[in-house]
Design a protein around this ligand. Structure first.
Ligand code: ZN
Ligand code: ZN
Length: 417
């Protein structure tokens, strides 16, 4: 492997451990995958750098849960049709054992968006639902920031092919690595310092919005006219978090967003997606959702309408919103001009909303509320949390103050303050 590339891999791994996790000496670390519970074996060159960096930071034990996507394809092809409710629950237990005993969690986002194309949506839906049910206790810890955790994107071949179909095959992976290094500021002499400045700027935006405490946001763009109520006590956050024990960490690298939760009952109007949403490996594109009293009452999609329907029907909360996020259209990801078919990256290109559960820490005292209490304060609960993009250079967002005054928040996709 070329020395320069190996060097960048190492800098990226250091960034994930120092800024992402802020791994503390003595903390165990578990490595897994956000959507299916294992790190793809083809990401091993990066994972080895990350493991080395974690031990250098003083971790006594770094455990990697591996996964081979080909093995899952074999299961989808050969296994009995009624067997997709089965799950190797030790995988979730292994993660819980680490994070409930003071450890940290590293999560990888690496998927070939076409990997599951052509598979039976019913089987995929059952497999995904089973996974989510088994991982529910882990999602609860994520929602409460029990531990320091982070999500980082790593190229895999099928994914690189999807983004750069016109490049010769041998240039696709290097092109995707280069794009990721660029949007993650890895080319900076000191990426860790560059990230500290960037995170401070995001926090300033969140502080401004918190001081305003808008009771409603009004979105307008081609195909979009949507009013989103914000509940009393909502908190705008950036990805700079703190664990309950006081360890600061950055949940996503890259991150460009400030976000909060909507009031689940006060959302009305229509919103049109501006980028594709990849869900259970399937692409949903050019879709529209119409809300009434917080719930999706009508929807359509030019591509993947059935997948969208399955997503909306996962449970009651899946057809309601759990996140409102603002990202200026000039973000490095948007400027890259690339569509990544990967929520972690694409969501940071653009303003987005999420179907499904809200993060408890988006609401004052939300971490300590019962589910009923959280719901009555406007917080949505669901097995899913699926971000979809609504931002563009044509999006305007207004904020409505408590006294009814309307102020500009975004104009033509850029911050108006
Ligand atoms: Zn978000
Ligand atoms: Zn989200």
């Amino acid at each position: 492997m070329d020395q320069n590339f190996q060097n960048l891999l190492k800098k990226y791994a250091e960034l994930a451990v120092k800024v992402g996790l802020n791994l503390q000496p003595g903390q165990k670390l578990i490595l897994q995958h956000l959507r299916n519970g294992g790190v793809p074996i083809e990401t091993a060159p990066f994972i080895r750098e990350l493991v080395a960096s974690a031990y250098r930071a003083g971790s006594p034990l770094v455990d990697v849960q591996w996964r081979d996507d080909e093995v899952n394809l074999i299961r989808l092809r050969e296994a009995p049709r009624d067997s997709f409710g089965e799950y190797a629950s030790w995988r979730a237990q292994g993660v819980l054992e680490v994070i409930e005993n003071g450890g940290a969690m590293f999560t990888i986002s690496a998927i070939d968006p076409d990997l599951l194309a052509g598979q039976d949506p019913k089987v995929l839906d059952e497999q995904q639902r089973t996974f989510l049910e088994n991982w529910k206790p882990i999602s609860v810890h994520i929602g409460k920031n029990t531990m320091n955790w982070t999500v980082v994107s790593i190229p895999v071949e099928g994914w690189a092919r999807k983004i750069f179909p016109d490049l010769p095959p041998e240039e696709q992976m290097p092109a995707l690595w280069e794009a990721i290094f660029k949007i993650c500021r890895v080319h900076e002499d000191d990426p860790v310092a560059a990230w500290e400045t960037h995170l401070t700027n995001l926090k300033k935006r969140a502080d401004y919005l918190n001081a305003k405490a808008y009771r409603e946001l009004h979105y307008t763009a081609p195909g979009t006219d949507l009013r989103i109520g914000l509940p009393e006590g909502h908190i705008w956050r950036s990805a700079g978090f703190e664990t309950r024990g006081g360890i600061p960490f950055t949940a996503n690298i890259p991150t460009e967003e400030v976000f909060t939760l909507p009031d689940r009952h006060h959302i009305s109007g229509t919103v049109r997606s501006t980028r594709p949403l990849v869900y259970t490996g399937n692409v949903i594109d050019n879709f529209s959702l119409t809300f009434k009293e917080g719930k999706v009452v009508d929807f359509s999609a030019e591509q993947g309408e059935k997948v969208l329907e399955n997503l909306l029907n996962t449970d009651e909360g899946a057809s309601m919103l759990g996140e409102v996020a603002l990202v200026p259209d000039s973000s490095p990801i948007s400027q890259s001009g690339l569509l990544f078919y990967n929520t972690l990256l694409d969501e940071n290109a653009s303003c987005h909303l999420a179907l499904g559960g809200a993060y408890r820490f988006s609401l004052e005292d939300g971490e300590n509320m019962s589910q009923e209490d959280f719901a009555s304060h406007g917080g949505n609960t669901s097995l899913v949390h699926s971000d979809f993009m609504v931002g563009s250079g044509e999006l305007d967002v207004d904020g409505v103050l408590e006294d009814g005054t309307v102020e500009s928040v975004l104009r033509s996709g850029e911050w108006a303050f």
